[in-house]
Ligand binder design. Structure first.
Ligand code: PLP
Length: 430
């Protein structure tokens, strides 16, 4: 790996890359370049993070070699003694972390966790009330081409057009019209606190199940810096790789024994075959990390950094959807700063300056999804590197220099050098 990437994940990566260079120099080269990219750029994508070397190592291990279809104590393959131990550990730690009675740690990703939850709670054709992707929901909550939109009757609720906040009274009214079997809360681009108790009251008033998909905020929930969906939601689904800072994967949680049994059946054999046991082992390690006091400190810093970044961006003339952020992310409306500036241009110019973001539609965006008028920014990855509120002010200034430059090459190149220097001050985690 290049000497510019003077980081600790380096130490592991170096021995791994040396091995790979002999076996497959082509992939070794691609991976080295990606390692350098991660070490020398600022990661502001709200759904991304940098895992610890311990999590990284566990994924790349012999735990990948075995089939373990079934569950601990009830496998369809021999030789699962240690797989049973590690899966039980992952389940127990997940339950402790989220303070609930049941965890299934096998879903390969967040979308798979949602498929299992849908299958456990619904029959094909049942009605689901959810926030559409254009307003901050997730594709697995009912987008037409997705499993959810193909097999269920999806009804949309929306944000209040003025405040850009969840309008619980309007959701309640809609729930009484639609009479859904399932209401989904939890989002991909909603910067505010979710009132799970209010959602449960709405669900109860129409006899619907409540599912909370906390994919984005799971780490904040685990650390107690966002309210918990328990005891309100019947089922909680999440990813393990966003604010929770574990390996890529999914997780289903519940406090209801009947639902728990159904979820297990719908993960396996309902929607998956053999679990990815190297990922289950890595989930166990990540949950252990998240149970440490230092994870609370980290998660509070994620939220503090988001506030600092948001405030600094407002100072540069940008508008934040809903007026700010309570969590790890913000949705930046670029139009007040420059009516011509699109999310697509901003994303591309910023990438050339070493700042990685994603364009994102804002509520009622006049531009199409591939262009957009907004940018979604999050602080989980920068906070993992150790950047704090004063660096957020620096980052906001760099963002504004690039976005205010009209994509000017020399400006982007100059910012690229400053980004490199900032990354050297804050190396990737051990
Ligand atoms: C990221 C996300 C998911 C899906 O996660 P994958 O692991 O990409 O399948 C599900 N729901 C929400 C709300 C998300 O933000």
């Amino acid at each position: 790996m290049s000497t510019t990437a003077n980081t600790s994940s380096d130490a592991i990566s170096r021995s791994m890359i040396e091995l790979l260079e002999k076996a497959d120099p082509t992939v070794a080269n691609i991976m080295s370049e990606e390692g350098v990219r991660q070490a020398t750029t600022l990661e502001l994508i709200a759904s991304e993070n940098h895992v610890s070397s311990a999590v990284m190592h566990t994924m790349g291990s012999w735990m990948t070699n075995k089939y373990a279809e079934g569950y601990p104590g009830a496998r369809y393959y021999g030789g699962c003694e240690y797989y049973d131990q590690v899966e039980n550990l992952a389940r127990d730690r997940a339950k402790e972390l989220f303070n609930c009675g049941f965890a299934n740690v096998q879903p390969h990703c967040g979308a798979n966790a949602n498929i299992a939850a849908f299958m456990a709670l619904l029959s094909p054709g049942d009605r689901v009330l959810s926030l559409p992707i254009k307003s901050g929901g997730h594709l697995s909550h009912g987008l037409k081409p997705n499993f959810s939109g193909t097999f269920f009757e999806i009804h949309d609720y929306d944000l209040d057009p003025e405040t850009e906040l969840l309008d619980y009274d309007a959701i309640e009214k809609l729930a009484h019209e639609v009479r859904p079997q399932l209401i989904i809360c939890g989002y991909s681009a909603y910067p505010r606190t979710i009132d799970f108790a209010r959602f449960r009251a709405i669900a109860d008033s129409v006899d619907a199940y409540l599912m909370a998909d906390i994919a984005h905020i799971a780490g904040l929930v685990a650390a107690g810096v966002h309210p918990s969906p328990f005891p309100h939601a019947h089922v909680v689904t999440t990813t393990t790789h966003k604010t929770l800072r574990g390996p890529r994967g999914g997780l289903v949680l519940s406090d209801d024994e009947e639902i728990a049994k159904k979820v297990d059946r719908k993960v396996f054999p309902g929607s998956q075959g053999g679990p990815l046991m190297h990922m289950v082992a890595a989930k166990a390690v990540a949950f252990h990390e998240a149970l440490q006091p230092s994870f609370k400190t980290y998660s509070q810093a994620v939220v503090d950094n988001a506030k600092a970044l948001a405030e600094a961006l407002v100072g540069h003339g940008y508008r934040l959807c809903s007026g700010g952020t309570d969590n790890h992310l913000m949705l930046v409306d670029l139009q007040p700063r420059d009516a011509e500036l699109t999310g697509a241009d901003a994303e591309q110019w910023l990438e050339s300056a070493g700042i990685i973001t994603n364009k994102n539609g804002i509520p009622n965006d006049p531009r199409p999804p591939r262009v957009t008028s907004g940018l979604r920014l999050g602080t989980p990855a920068l906070t993992t590197r150790g950047l704090g509120p004063s660096e957020m002010v620096e980052v906001a200034a760099l963002l504004d220099r690039v976005m205010g430059s009209g994509g000017d090459e020399s400006t982007c190149a100059a910012v690229r050098e400053e980004v490199r220097a900032l990354c050297e001050r804050f190396p990737l985690p051990h």
